[in-house]
Design a protein around this ligand. Structure first.
Ligand code: AMP
Ligand code: GLY
Length: 440
């Protein structure tokens, strides 16, 4: 059977998903449904529908009209809105968890409480609140060493970290009061110190196939300076570990993902079929959980889908059919570096509407994925968010970094990117940071 695969979403992550599906020997027909037209995805699809990806009925109607046999849901919003539930009900198989299981991302407290209930290691101290009762005591217990999180999805704006966004106890109290006034439950947790990394697993609910570890860079400017963003770029290493991690860190993160999948099955009475993305912190005392996401990371997936050697259609089918135990998933033993080009002013006051001139020829080993761009009268135009990502793949990080940089610097105009991602100096700093933490 030729699969007719519906991709929901239209960022670079979904472009990378489309490219990985399109190179399958199974030659699937691709469909896309999203709020905007991504010219990169459009070129690979038979049909491209525009509409609301958080309206289950709209997505189902499009899937039915175009005979989708399988759907891959990219972003978190449709998962939290129950689009997977609606597609399953309409007999379309789905890569992406149903609404109840997607709480692993859509509710911070749900996930912390799940780990606690099933005695899964990785939680820092945490407490959930709906009012100011008891908040002062917890803040005082971790003075300037706490993080406050809106319980629900807040588009990256719901987390405030001491020393970063919260510069005094009074600011912490004020943020908690603001959340109470908005009627938002919240979590106060201990601030962890270490290096963050992402460990994603393909999951059919019973079997997990782990992907290589990746490190994202959330700050806008070189040296981890400036405002937080959706992620400016990522790297992964040829041994599928990261230079600052111990083998045991990777094993601990993989084990946490496995135990969380099993706990979710018990808690929700349903199997988690999709991508389970653990955001971890390597600390002096081993691995701790920062958060879960119920989808591919962006940019992490750009590295990993470029490196994926296995037939991605077969992997998606196995996730949705519950047969992942019969599928081998392999990634090239190569290093990768990804950098996003973003408009000047990003993320707070990004320019919009500038032409994006792509390199005439990409260096060998580099892939490009389009994100917030539109095609206007034959010209690619930036829409004011992460614009285009370049992924360099090489035998070593140095090689991958060099070719990624070569591609990125060829894009002229009012755009910028982080020049330090994947460089030897930046990686050395992270290794030193971990060595220092581990030596005390
Ligand atoms: P989240 O939305 O939970 O990923 O939080 C956004 C960012 O806040 C993370 O990527 C971390 O950099 C930071 N963060 C969240 N929780 C903690 C924590 N317990 N300790 C230190 N940093 C944290
Ligand atoms: N790379 C961060 C995210 O996808 O949420």
């Amino acid at each position: 059977m030729t699969e007719r695969i519906l991709i929901v979403g239209s960022g670079a992550r979904e472009h990378a998903i489309a490219v990985a599906l399109a190179r399958s020997p199974q030659k699937p027909a691709l469909l896309c449904f999203s709020g905007a037209k991504n010219p990169g995805i459009d070129g690979l699809c038979e049909v491209y529908g525009l509409g609301s990806i958080t309206a289950p009925a709209e997505v189902v109607a499009f899937a039915a009209e175009h005979g989708a046999t399988l759907a891959v849901l990219g972003p978190e919003a449709p998962l939290a809105a129950g689009v997977a539930d609606a597609l399953w009900a309409a007999k379309v198989r789905v890569v992406g968890p149903t609404q109840s299981l997607a709480r692993v991302e859509s509710s911070k407290a749900f996930t912390r409480e799940l780990l606690a209930k099933y005695a899964i290691p990785g939680n820092p101290f945490f407490q959930r609140f709906e009012s100011m009762d008891g908040v002062d005591e917890v803040l005082a217990r971790f003075p300037m060493q706490h993080v406050i999180k809106d319980d629900g999805l807040a588009g990256g704006k719901g987390v405030k970290v001491c020393g970063d966004h919260l510069l005094s106890q009074a600011e912490s109290v004020a943020f908690c009061k603001e959340l109470v006034e908005q009627g938002h439950p919240f979590v106060v947790e201990e601030k962890l110190e270490g290096e963050e990394f992402s460990l994603m697993s393909f999951c059919d609910g019973k079997t997990l196939r782990h992907m290589p570890a990746v490190q994202d860079h959330k700050r806008a400017y070189d040296g981890d300076k400036g405002p937080n963003t959706g992620g400016m770029g990522t790297y992964s290493d040829a041994d599928h570990k990261l230079p600052f991690l111990l083998e045991s860190d990777v094993a601990e993160a993989q084990a946490i993902n496995e135990r969380v999948a099993a706990a979710l099955a018990e808690e929700c009475g349903a199997l988690y079929q999709g991508i389970l993305y653990g955001g971890f912190m390597a600390t002096r005392d081993g691995v701790r959980l920062i958060e879960y996401n119920a989808r591919f990371g962006d940019p992490e997936s750009l590295n990993l889908l470029t490196l994926l050697e296995s037939d991605f259609v077969a992997v998606c089918v196995a996730i949705a059919d519950g047969t992942l135990d019969a599928v081998d998933v392999t990634f090239a033993k190569k290093a990768s570096v990804c950098r996003y080009i973003v408009p000047e002013g990003y993320p707070d006051t990004p320019r919009k509407g500038d032409a994006v001139v792509m390199p005439e020829q990409l260096p060998a080993g580099v892939s490009a994925y389009l994100s917030a761009v539109d095609m206007v009268d034959g010209t690619l135009v930036a829409m004011g968010s992460r614009t285009v990502a370049f992924v360099g793949v090489g035998e070593t990080l140095a090689e991958a970094e060099a070719i990624c940089g070569e591609a990125a610097k060829q894009v002229p105009g009012p755009f910028f990117y982080r020049t330090d991602i994947g460089t030897a100096a930046a990686i050395e700093r992270r290794m030193e940071h971990m060595q220092k933490l581990r030596s005390v």
